[in-house]
Design a protein around this ligand. Structure first.
Ligand code: HEC
Length: 152
């Protein structure tokens, strides 16, 4: 019995890659759905990132638990938009360079994810000075990508 189960488990693991969608675009029925998805994620990320701004500027008291909660949302959201920039999902908001210079775009998204990971770590310390420094780095990552890849 155990041997049969083990054989089944091996077969399932072997079959798993075949069940994955062929391309990231397969997650969406229509190109507009991919655009809506990534814009929605970016909007939510931006909203929670923005809530921390008055805290790092000293205009609002530092509530470490609240900052951690907002940073957790930024962190989750920062991983989601990129696969929705699949070929054939051009939009007014995104410059053609997203697709023509995709390696650089990918690099910019990885830079953001790296900087957000540092912000998560800073928020864990509960030290406002560390949060402030890491927050600034994330903001610079947003801007660096927007300067090259976002239309306004
Ligand atoms: C790797 C590149 C990249 C990074 C990093 C990035 N963005 Fe963007 N952002 C884009 C692109 C491209 C668009 C346009 C998307 C579209 O309209 O299809 C966009 C659009 C947006 C929008 C508009 C969404 C809408 O409703 O149209 C907001 C808000 C935004 N970004 C905020 C941020 C914030 C805040 C950060 C950093 C925490 C960030 N972005 C980091 C590339 C990036």
């Amino acid at each position: 019995m155990e041997r049969v189960l083990r054989a089944l488990a091996v077969a399932c693991v072997a079959a798993a890659p075949m069940l994955l969608p062929a391309t990231a675009a397969a997650q969406f029925d229509k190109p507009e759905d991919a655009v809506k998805y990534r814009q929605s994620v970016l909007t939510v990320m931006s909203n929670h990132f923005g809530r921390i701004a008055p805290v790092v500027r000293g205009q609002q008291p530092y509530d470490a638990a609240q900052v951690r909660a907002d940073v957790a949302i930024v962190s989750m959201m920062s991983k989601l938009p990129w696969s929705a920039f699949a070929p054939g999902t051009e939009s007014k908001g995104a410059r053609p360079a997203v697709w023509s210079d995709n390696a650089k775009f990918k690099q910019a998204s990885e830079r953001l994810e790296g900087d957000v990971a540092k912000l998560v770590a800073a928020a864990e310390t509960g030290d406002l000075a560390q949060v402030r420094a890491a927050y600034g780095a994330v903001g610079a990552s947003c801007k660096a990508c927007h300067d090259n890849f976002r239309n306004r």
